[in-house]
Design a protein around this ligand. Structure first.
Ligand code: SAM
Length: 248
């Protein structure tokens, strides 16, 4: 079973983990998620977790001592460097599906959520082993970012999704965007589901899906085609798309 520890000043925010696939994965014993309130590791009467920055300027900075104490206590008895200790930060490496896949291979993960102006630099220098950003924008705290990472990682754990292999064709899992989906009714307001999907011909359906994934990626994220693994048939199809574009 994978274990995920999350260090935060706002454990209440993690209610999202109690629903749907994340809830079922925990109930099925695929993942064990522990929330730790940073304030509990702070000392003194007021359990202070943040102070103004040295050198002045606005905002508050999370103090190093409670964070070091919490992480050392959570990983008690473990080699500190055996498990990723991840700081959520807009300055981290940009989160992708392949990082989610990489993290899903670990037995244990520890995520640290920042707040205010962020954490004391010594946490970054001497405690964390990884820094992840969920995008080029600034959130108020690391909680939403941690939930994004946990969600993306947990759905990759074997058995987490109902249908085996469902995660394998998701957008980005194959290096491409996934093609369109349709469900009942077969005709809605005169808009019909493509015939091939109702043909019952598994080979033709698979070929259509692959081509639609290629088409969608070509139209929306051509940059992904530079690194996707492509067969000769894929390359031929992309050639057709390119030729079609030249004709118009
Ligand atoms: N002053 C910091 C900076 O400019 O890099 C930003 C601090 S932000 C207001 C507070 C916290 O939210 C950060 O410490 C981090 O934990 C989290 N956070 C904000 N944006 C994030 C992002 N894009 N990805 C991951 N975490 C983020």
């Amino acid at each position: 079973m994978m274990r995920i520890d999350i260090l935060t000043l706002l454990p209440e925010a993690f209610i999202y983990l109690n629903y749907s696939i994340l809830q079922r994965a925990q109930a099925a014993g695929l993942v064990d998620i522990h929330l730790h309130h940073l304030r509990e590791s702070a000392t003194g009467k007021h359990r202070v977790t943040d102070e103004p920055p040295f050198g002045g300027g606005g905002g508050m900075v999370l103090k190093p001592e409670p964070i070091f104490t919490a992480v050392e206590s959570i990983l008690q008895g473990e080699q500190m460097n055996d498990h990723p200790i991840i700081l959520m930060t807009p300055q981290g490496r940009p989160f992708t599906q392949s990082i989610a896949q990489e993290l899903s291979q670990h037995e244990r993960l520890l995520l640290i959520c920042g707040r205010y102006e962020g954490v004391d630099e010594r946490v970054r220098q001497h405690l964390v082993t990884d820094e992840i950003s969920i995008g080029d924008y600034v959130l108020t705290g690391g909680e939403l970012a941690a939930m994004v990472v946990v969600d993306a990682v947990v759905r990759l754990l074997p058995g987490a999704l109902g249908a085996a292999g469902a995660a394998e064709t998701d957008s980005h899992a194959t290096g491409l965007l996934e093609g369109p989906h349709y469900t009942k009714p077969a005709s809605f307001r005169g808009w019909d589901v493509p015939d091939v999907l109702r043909s019952g011909h598994a080979g033709q359906v698979a070929r259509w899906r692959r081509q639609e994934a290629l088409r969608r990626t070509w139209e929306r994220r051509p940059d992904l085609l530079l690194t996707a693994v492509l067969s000769e048939e894929d390359k031929w199809f992309l050639g057709q798309l390119a030729a079609g574009e030249e004709d118009t």
